[in-house]
Write a protein that binds this ligand. Structure first.
Ligand SMILES: C[S@@+](CC[C@H](N)C(=O)[O-])C[C@H]1O[C@@H](n2cnc3c(N)ncnc32)[C@H](O)[C@@H]1O
Length: 253
């Protein structure tokens, strides 16, 4: 069954016994933490992350690929030398979703600030190159400009993690004609952060660098509030898709 999207104030932590711990781990990283704290948290969360995603019905990577397929034919993924960059790849959920939906076995690189999360992804053997790098607005990624046909960033742009001011650098590495898909939280508590995301996209759009393709609200983590799982509630995400039209400056003008 689908989950109802509720305001943050109504997350009464009413999760049932089997989802309580997982939900607590999600809630513990919702906040304006500094990078040091965030990375230490992911050192710890890496041990439970994939199990928690299962418990909390995490399907955002699948939603992202489904959304991308509305703008890209399945043949496009098979073009020779097609290249994907997964930013904040974590344990490699996006590469797995691409494999599931478009049977993608082309080139996919990843970048993440946390080695322990990437270690899990590495064992899956789906990525060509994984680089440890913390995205900050004043520290560009070590990747060439205009390189990737598709850049994805799933559930890694929220307070305490990747900041909206990194969007110009994320757009920089997309090939003109390529796409950038990413998410942020769409909860009421994330409104001012989401406004910063929208401001970055508006600047790039105004400069003629990107065309907005889509925005879609989707459940991010869902948990049962009754033992028989007849009722669920969720933390929601908003998924953005844009197409790069021309070479971008390092920062939005
Ligand atoms: C919630 S996980 C998402 C992982 C994966 N994309 C997924 O869909 O499961 C967020 C990831 O972003 C990474 N991260 C957080 N802040 C970052 C930053 N400033 N630069 C690079 N990676 C960051 C974390 O280490 C973590 O692996």
């Amino acid at each position: 069954m689908s989950a109802d999207i509720v305001p943050d104030s109504q997350w009464k932590a009413p999760a049932t016994d089997n989802s309580k711990e997982s939900l607590t781990r999600v809630q513990n990283i919702i906040g304006d933490f500094d990078t040091d704290h965030t990375m230490k948290y992911y050192d710890y969360w890496s041990q439970h992350y994939e199990k928690d995603l299962e418990v909390l019905d995490y399907t955002v990577p699948d939603e992202m690929v489904t959304s991308m397929r509305q703008f890209m034919s399945d043949d496009e993924w098979k073009v020779d030398n097609f290249q994907v960059l997964d930013i904040g790849l974590g344990t490699g959920q996006m590469a797995e979703a691409l494999k599931r939906h478009v049977n993608y076995d082309g080139l996919i690189d990843g970048v993440d600030g946390n080695e322990k999360m990437m270690e899990k992804a590495r064992t899956k053997g789906l990525y060509r190159d994984l680089q440890q790098h913390i995205l900050l607005s004043d520290s560009p990624m070590p990747h060439d400009s205009n390189k990737y046909d598709a850049v994805v960033c799933c559930c890694a742009m929220v307070p305490g993690l990747i900041q909206p001011e990194c969007i110009p650098d994320m757009a920089r590495v997309v090939k003109p004609g390529g796409v950038l898909f990413f998410t942020t939280r769409s909860t009421d508590g994330n409104q001012s952060f989401k406004n910063r995301v929208d401001a970055q996209l508006d600047k790039l759009e105004k400069g003629g660098y990107i065309e907005k393709l889509t925005t879609k609200i989707t459940p991010q983590y869902s948990w049962p509030t009754k033992e028989d799982a007849s009722e669920k509630q969720c933390i929601s995400a908003i998924l953005y898709g844009v197409k790069k039209l021309k070479e971008t400056p390092a920062k939005a003008a």
